[in-house]
Design a protein around this ligand. Structure first.
Ligand code: NAD
Ligand code: LMR
Length: 329
């Protein structure tokens, strides 16, 4: 048997947590021969609910679940963590934008960054899901001295999956036929789902879907507003699809990207595509089987795409400014 991988999940008693833990414990994240230890972190008022979730995890008798640590102590929760999935935070309500949560959620990530730096395993990688996830990731990264910036990610895979699903429906193909779909920028209403480089079975989307008006208009706005549409319909934000996207993200970052394709994840910019160095921005990323990743260089950016990316990056700059007090200089 391999050594266990320790996965920390914050907000483990929440909606996404409930949709995520059982899939991880059953091998859905690291495969059928990889044991996992779950470090489940919650705030004190939610510890009783978390106790119930732990009972259910135990009642599943998962062969790959080597242990569970349930705690409200961040030092315990991030102990030996190889992967930290930062979900715990308040979701928005109808009528709010995700950045309206910065005042409530931002400070959560200062303490978690510090606790990660003090307690996590040397190879820790961090995926921020809690909104606004790009800027919460920025806060975490800047409060975690000693952890290299390339280990921090914020989730835009749900947006990629949503965009692929919309394109597949329009083109009348299965969603697996869509590739090279990149979400650029912020996980927000300014994100840019780049259809100009996307492919349907190796053909350009723009050649298969002969409806530029739809692509520039309804397609982009549907993806940008999908989170709000789900909140309006469910009365609560996406949970199962968000958990699924978190699993997709980690799996993509641990395995080789299929030849010629890329995946969307927000990473710390080194200045690629004119995106300010240090911002956490979604870009096309390729990964090797050993977990080494890189931003794909040389993707065609036409004037329309350029203006859309700039709009989203500009919002990221504003968010960074709004949380400057949470970022040590
Ligand atoms: P939820 O309210 O059901 O659960 C959140 C959990 O976090 C609660 O159990 C709460 O007690 C816990 N929590 C709050 N503060 C915490 C802290 N400081 N430490 C640890 N735990 C804490 O919400 P949810 O539906 O699970 O959503 C969680 C977050 O994920 C929200 O911010 C939501 O907007 C975001 N989200 C992001 C994406 C994405 O694509 N990036 C998708 C869906 C949801
Ligand atoms: C989503 O995209 O579903 C999440 O970010 C939740 C939200 O606030 O929209």
């Amino acid at each position: 048997m391999k050594d266990s991988i320790t996965v920390t999940i914050t907000g483990a008693a929440g909606q996404i947590g409930y949709a995520l833990l059982f899939r991880i414990a059953s091998g859905g994240l690291f495969g059928p021969d990889q044991p996992v230890h779950l470090n489940l972190v919650e705030i004190e008022p939610a510890m009783k609910a978390l106790e119930g979730t732990v009972m259910e995890l135990n009642d599943c008798a998962f062969p790959l679940l080597s242990g569970i640590t349930a705690t409200s102590d961040l030092d315990v929760g991030f102990q030996n963590s190889n992967w930290a999935l930062l979900v715990g935070s308040v979701p928005r309500k109808a009528g709010m934008e995700r950045k309206d949560l910065l005042g409530i959620n931002g400070k959560i990530f200062t303490l978690q960054g510090e606790a990660l730096a003090a307690n996590a395993a040397d190879d820790v990688r961090v995926l921020v899901v809690g909104n606004p996830c790009n800027t919460n990731c920025l806060i975490t990264m800047n409060n975690a001295p000693g952890i290299p910036s390339e280990r921090f990610f914020a989730m835009t895979r749900l947006d990629e999956n949503r965009a692929k699903s919309q394109l597949a429906a329009k083109a009348g193909v299965h969603v697996s036929a869509i590739s090279n779909l990149c979400i650029w920028g912020n996980h927000s209403a300014t994100q840019y789902p780049d259809y100009t480089n996307a492919l349907v079975d190796k053909n350009r989307v723009v050649d298969v879907i002969d409806d530029e008006e739809w692509l520039r208009g309804e397609f982009i706005s549907t993806v940008q507003q999908r989170g709000a549409a789900i909140i309006n319909a469910r009365g609560a934000s996406s949970a199962a699809s968000a958990a699924n996207a978190a699993i997709d993200t980690v799996r993509s970052l641990c395995n080789a990207t299929p030849e010629g394709d890329w995946t969307s994840v927000a990473v710390c910019s080194e200045g690629q595509y004119g995106i300010d160095k240090g911002l956490i921005a979604s870009m096309p990323v390729r990964c090797e089987s050993d977990g080494v990743w890189s931003v794909v260089e040389g993707v065609d950016i036409d004037d329309f795409s350029k203006s859309k990316i700039e709009e989203s990056v500009s919002e990221l700059r504003e968010e960074r400014e709004a949380v400057s007090d949470l970022i040590p200089s």
